[in-house]
Write a protein that binds this ligand. Structure first.
Ligand code: TAP
Length: 496
């Protein structure tokens, strides 16, 4: 476990020598002290990233040359996959197989953007047809500069990959700040970049508090673009800072994503997708299936089956064999989720199962899978992101009602529909006001496809070619090709 920051290709002690405790959420033990960056460290990181961008030539490399580094990072991650997955488990709490999956996905993300970097070489410019034949014009894409990336704790290395890989592929340099709760694997990414011989300053990793290191990133004049994933209130702060300085900004925020199940759906399959959608990663997923709408004809049977299956989930330390639900990431998160359940109960909701720690557990931030019914439509439990293993289930009668309930949210990240009637499923998918829509499934995420939200769920898209666009500027280059040097506008009077 690293004790230093990764700045300008070197491992450095934080300027003020501060550290913060890293706690294993399964045992509540302090397992490490990580370096706490302050504004001085962020300044050094931004200066290094600026120099790597402005002088050292990272953006001048061809996409194919940058791809070599990205592929080396992907291979470096894979070479240490099990070890990094284990770090993720003791830092975040998630079950090992999930962490292992995330790490493989992170490596895949670097490979994917290596391919897109190569494609940038193949499509260097786009000709523009002008109505005025005296000019030719073309559009070219260029890296936009130094990016500042601030990421959350739910998918620590994967969220780092979603930002670092496209930024580097585009030719940007980057300063990355992971969440204080989960910094261990981001620092390992620094070590992997070092082994991949990534030029100094291209990737800089500063661990530390959001209010200190994060704030220093968003306020730094040397940063051209802010890329953020996390809560709405912090996203709003970041957008305000970006507005003040006219920085580019992309935000991936929360959700309260609906899953509409029609009564022609297979109940067993629906329950599988719901469980995956809300209990994977302890429900700490921005796109989590947190509002389930079930057509009246199958409501009772589906609910009974869901409660039964939720009761079978093995809860425990993510390193133990067969565990499907680990602890929540922190004491604070645990308390917030329990408070949200209690607020739901006070508002009139019924706790069909869960809502408490498992029997006989006295250490770790564990919470049973929780199902709420009779949740009032105006309650926070129905409307706000809980970010824990808590799902609200509600019946509906008609398609119109389901669509209206699904869309009645200030969020619009994801939505899902399940029906054997393909025409209806497509119709409902089209009616959802959400950036990610699943038919007959929930949560599958692909590096190739755009990811991001409508409404208060964010601005911009990550992943796929859209993720690369986040780190590119578009430049118009127009040439005057007429034989008549004064043929445009009117002849200048002085020369006439
Ligand atoms: P946030 O506070 O939004 O944390 C996300 C990132 O922003 C972290 O790296 C955090 O740093 C940083 N940050 C915090 N304040 C900042 C500031 N003033 N300037 C710059 N960066 C700042 O989320 P949280 O407190 O961890 O979780 C709170 C709630 O947010 C959760 O309960 C959940 O509802 C939601 N959440 C959503 C997501 C997604 S993916 N949508 C992810 C995480 C949380 P530190 O954590 O190191 O302070």
């Amino acid at each position: 476990m690293r004790t230093e920051l990764y700045i300008d290709g070197r491992w450095v002690k934080p300027a003020q020598g501060r550290t913060f405790a890293v706690i294993n959420p399964a045992t509540e033990e302090v397992i490490h002290h990580a370096p706490a960056a302050t504004a001085e460290d962020v300044d050094a990181a931004v200066k290094a990233a600026r120099r790597a961008f402005d002088k050292d030539g990272w953006p001048k490399l061809s996409g194919s040359q940058r791809a070599v580094y990205l592929r080396a990072i992907a291979n470096g991650i894979r070479a240490r996959q099990a070890e990094i997955a284990r770090l993720e488990v003791i830092d975040n709490g998630k079950p090992f197989p999930e962490a292992d999956w995330d790490i493989a996905d992170a490596a895949g993300c670097f490979d994917f953007y290596a391919d897109l970097a190569v494609q940038l070489d193949n499509n260097p410019e786009e000709p523009i047809a002008l109505a005025d034949g005296r000019f030719t014009s073309k559009a070219v894409k260029e890296p936009l500069g130094v990016a500042g990336a601030i990421i959350p704790w739910n998918y620590p290395l994967l969220m780092a990959a979603w930002k670092v890989a496209p930024a580097l592929a585009a030719g940007c340099t980057i300063v990355l700040k992971p969440a204080e709760l989960t910094s261990l694997t981001a620092l390992e990414l620094g070590a992997i970049a070092e082994e991949a011989k990534l030029p100094p300053g291209v990737l800089n990793i500063v661990t530390g508090a959001g209010s200190v290191a994060g704030q220093a990133i968003i306020d730094h004049p040397g940063i051209d673009k802010l890329a953020f994933t996390g809560s709405g209130p912090v996203g709003s702060k970041i957008m305000a800072a970006a507005a003040r300085d006219i920085k580019r900004v992309s935000l991936e925020l929360g959700g309260k994503s609906p899953f509409v199940v029609f009564d022609d759906a297979d109940i067993g399959e629906a329950v599988e997708w719901i469980m995956f959608g809300i209990f994977w990663n302890q429900g700490q997923v921005c796109s989590a299936t947190s509002r389930v709408l079930v057509q009246e004809g199958i409501y009772d049977r589906l609910l009974a089956r869901l409660v039964e299956e939720a009761g079978k989930i093995k809860i425990g330390n993510g390193l133990d064999e067969g565990v499907l639900l680990g602890p929540l990431v922190s004491k604070r998160q645990y308390e917030q989720v329990v408070a949200a359940i209690e607020a739901g109960r006070s508002a009139g909701a019924t706790v069909a199962c869960g809502g408490k720690p498992p029997e006989g557990v006295d250490k770790g931030y564990y919470l049973e899978p929780t199902i709420l019914t009779d949740v009032p439509l105006d309650s926070d439990a129905w409307r706000e992101e809980i970010f824990g293993p808590v799902v609200c289930v509600r019946p509906f009668s008609t398609e119109e009602e389901a669509i209206a309930l699904a869309n009645d949210s200030r969020f619009g990240l994801a939505a899902a529909v399940m029906s054997k009637d393909d025409v209806r499923a497509e119709r409902v998918a089209a009616a959802f006001r959400a950036g990610i829509v699943w038919i007959n499934c929930s949560q599958p995420t692909f590096t190739e496809a755009p990811w991001g939200g409508y409404k208060e769920s964010g601005i911009g898209r990550e992943l796929g070619r859209w993720g690369l666009e986040n780190y590119l500027e578009t430049k118009q280059i127009t040439k005057y090709v007429s034989e008549d040097p004064w043929g445009w506008y009117v002849k200048p009077v002085v020369r006439a």
